[in-house]
Design a protein around this ligand. Structure first.
Ligand SMILES: [Zn+2]
Length: 405
């Protein structure tokens, strides 16, 4: 465990909570889950100030939370481990039962759970989670979400590209966990960490989200059009409206130092075989063509870079229609696909039988690739809607939080 920094906290855990008592959605906005990304916290403070100052008739309740307080205090992505990983049921159950383990971030996670668990435990409808991030490289804003239908309404209300599938290649993200409980989760990458426009972009995204979620009406916000234009103005022509992650370059410790070639921006087209970085073994070549995403221009984290590909809006519409018709239930009837005997929510695809486009077909039906098992691919269904999942460790946390207050 690294020693706890003595720097005074820049933010309080609860940046603010706003409610006027009108019924409506519960919305939780997080900023600074990575400690070198304070722009989301600043944007939420602005939103909360304006809600109070203009006495806007918000429906439901809005929470603004700061993510990694101890890392925010020293402007580092994290201290011991990335707080946007290990939102995994078994790990959460363990630290709830036994307390923090080796990392300072265990305490951060428990403190966040102390606020989230009562909300999750009492929720009757899906909570809207909105997670604000920024990037080390120069970047136009974009959103990320798991491709479940309930997320689309929020993400598509923002005039910025949507990137699907990041949560499939990153294990244990905060939003992936909340989404698997049946809630709504959209992340916004607002721009470069230190670019002042990033705070503006986050603020614009939050106002547009509040309207899309039904918490405010457009007439409450005379500047909504300007907000939309501010975001849209940062998105270059030629960037696809919808893209999906097709490759993640993992930086293994023994391959450090990993150094990206300078000058890559998000959504910059790259060719297959192009040299994009150097590591301990030499040049790193892009294994597929597509769009560069999240190139690592800071020293921390094992995500080197990602490659995305464009998704046609038509394919997205087809998949929405298929899921509404519940044709997804035919998936286990397809050749080469069988149900996992031990985990009934998972399916195993034999790529030798289910030859072409196995992953594409599963995506279309709302399943995601969770692991490989030898030659076989294992897919699990995202919680498509319906009842929210309850977890005993969250009930435990909620009871503890109730006992405190
Ligand atoms: Zn981040």
């Amino acid at each position: 465990m690294t020693s706890s920094p003595d720097s005074p906290a820049r933010y309080t855990r609860v940046l603010g909570r706003h409610s006027t008592g009108r019924p409506g959605p519960t919305i939780v906005v997080t900023g600074g889950v990575h400690g070198n990304e304070p722009a989301g916290c600043e944007a939420m403070l602005r939103v909360l100030r304006r809600l109070a100052r203009d006495a806007l008739p918000l429906r439901g309740e809005l929470w603004g939370l700061a993510g990694n307080l101890r890392a925010l205090a020293v402007n580092r992505r994290y201290l011991d481990r990335d707080l946007n990983r290990r939102w995994i049921r078994e790990d959460i159950a363990r630290i709830v039962a036994n307390g923090p383990e080796a990392a300072i971030e265990d305490s951060e996670q428990l403190e966040l759970l102390g606020i989230l668990a009562p909300l999750l435990d009492q929720a009757r409808e899906a909570i809207v989670f909105f997670d604000l991030h920024s990037t080390s490289g120069p970047a136009a804003p974009f959103s990320c979400m798991a491709d479940v239908l309930r997320n689309r309404k929020i993400a598509r209300a923002l005039p910025i590209p949507v990137v699907l599938g990041l949560e499939e290649v990153i294990d244990g993200s905060l939003l992936g966990y909340l989404c698997d409980l049946g809630h709504i989760g959209v992340a916004v990458e607002g721009g470069q960490h230190t670019d002042p426009r990033t705070i503006d972009s986050h603020e614009s995204a939050v106002w547009l989200m509040l309207v899309a979620a039904g918490a405010l009406d457009p007439q409450h916000l005379p500047d909504l059009g300007e907000r939309r234009a501010q975001l849209a103005g940062l998105v270059d022509a030629g960037i696809p409206a919808i893209a999906e992650i097709r490759h993640r370059h993992v930086v293994r410790p023994e391959r450090e130092p990993f150094v990206m070639l300078p000058g890559f921006a998000n959504f910059q087209p790259i060719r297959r075989g192009q040299i994009v970085a150097h590591d301990q073994r030499g040049p790193v070549h892009a294994p597929i063509g597509g769009f560069m995403m999240l190139p690592r221009y800071q020293g921390q984290g094992d995500d080197g870079y990602f490659i995305a590909g464009a998704v046609s809006p038509f394919a997205l519409q087809v998949s929405a229609a298929l899921r509404r018709l519940h044709l997804d239930r035919v998936v286990p009837l397809l050749p080469g696909i069988r149900r996992d005997p031990e985990r009934p929510d998972q399916f195993i695809a034999d790529p030798r039988v289910a030859r072409s486009h196995v992953v594409d077909v599963f995506h279309l039906f709302g399943y995601r690739h969770v692991r490989s098992q030898g030659e076989q691919l294992v897919f699990s269904r995202r919680v498509p809607g319906g009842p929210l999942q309850r977890r005993p460790e969250l009930a435990t946390m909620a009871a503890r939080a109730g006992g405190r207050s």
